[in-house]
Design a protein around this ligand. Structure first.
Ligand SMILES: C[S@@+](CC[C@H](N)C(=O)[O-])C[C@H]1O[C@@H](n2cnc3c(N)ncnc32)[C@H](O)[C@@H]1O
Length: 297
């Protein structure tokens, strides 16, 4: 059968006369969507799904460059508007795409009667959105303006989510003045990345004000399983047990994933779980996906 090949060269479409950078970015995205290779046969046109010249990657780079010229607030909103899956599921989904982690946290919420969730470090709201699905009140915070604008937009239709643009330690101080400190609260501490590592200060505030709390720290070293990654920002700033034990009031026993890293999915980041509340501690001891390690063991 005789075939002719050609390339449909897309025309700029989409945002019309919008001369703003955001509009131009929309136009490029529209070009991305309309450029296709086609094959003509006798009676039919078959669209072929070929990533021709990797046009998606090239246009995404141009798109990113244009967005980087916007203010931080508009960068976040524009990233949200263009709707790339990579922006919404940057690390492969909630909890870094780790299904074993997600399952033990889900079961902890169910079995120990968690009433509220507080997350530090929302980034673009992926894990926040997952927590919001449990229909419990969720408070999260984010220091980066662009990430905050993205997450705020993403979560605007969740009436159970409060997102605060501030440093996590200031947010915990603010929350410690509310009546909600008496509720059973799950803390998901994930505000790392920057020069100042707030973890020790966050823990000190939680130990002081929240009597009924359970804490999960992401990016934490898992003893005996080097397959799990963790954050190390230099001397005294690695996410290891000594950092937790140095905080006054820290419990003697810390809990780690019992699922070996090779059976975890996604980014395989380590974590630690701890509580100073005897009821929560009993729930942790009864969770098969967790194993206890006592200080000094
Ligand atoms: C690893 S990302 C969080 C990912 C998010 N929890 C998720 O699972 O999708 C870390 C985020 O913490 C933010 N961050 C770093 N230090 C912070 C601080 N002191 N207070 C609030 N946010 C902070 C960073 O800007 C970054 O967006």
């Amino acid at each position: 059968m005789k075939q002719r090949r050609g390339v449909v060269r897309g025309v700029f479409a989409g945002a019309g006369g919008d001369l703003a950078l955001a509009g131009l970015s929309t136009q490029l995205f529209a070009l991305n969507a309309t450029a296709r290779e086609f094959v003509l046969t006798k009676s039919k046109v078959h669209l072929q799904d070929r990533s021709m010249l990797n046009i998606h990657a090239v246009l995404r780079k141009i798109d990113n460059k244009l967005i980087s010229w916007l203010s931080a607030e508009r960068q976040g909103l524009e990233r949200h508007r263009r709707g790339h899956v990579r922006d919404f599921y940057h690390w492969g989904g909630p909890m870094n795409g780790q299904t074993a982690r997600a399952e033990f946290i889900r079961s902890l919420i169910q079995n120990s009667g968690v009433e509220r969730v507080v997350e530090t470090g929302a980034y673009q709201g992926t894990t926040t959105e997952w927590f919001a699905g449990f229909e419990l009140p969720v408070v999260t915070c984010e220091i980066d303006r662009a990430a905050y604008a993205f997450a705020r937009k993403r979560l605007e239709n969740y009436s159970n989510v409060e997102i605060i643009h501030a440093n996590s330690v200031d947010v915990l101080k603010q929350l410690s003045q509310r009546d909600t400190i008496h509720a059973k609260t799950l803390f998901y501490l994930d505000a790392h990345w920057r020069e100042y590592l707030p973890l020790a200060d966050e823990l000190a505030l939680i130990f002081r004000y929240w009597r009924h709390s359970v804490i999960v720290i992401d990016d934490f070293a898992v003893p005996g399983d080097a397959g799990y990654g963790y954050d190390d920002y230099g001397p005294g700033r690695a996410l290891v047990p000594s950092l937790v034990h140095a905080v006054p009031g820290a419990p003697e026993t810390l809990y780690y994933p019992s699922v070996p890293a090779r059976w975890e999915t996604g980014l395989k980041r380590g974590c630690v779980v701890l509580s100073t509340d005897p009821d929560f501690e009993a729930a942790l001891a009864a969770t098969p996906q967790l194993r206890p390690v006592r200080r000094g063991d």
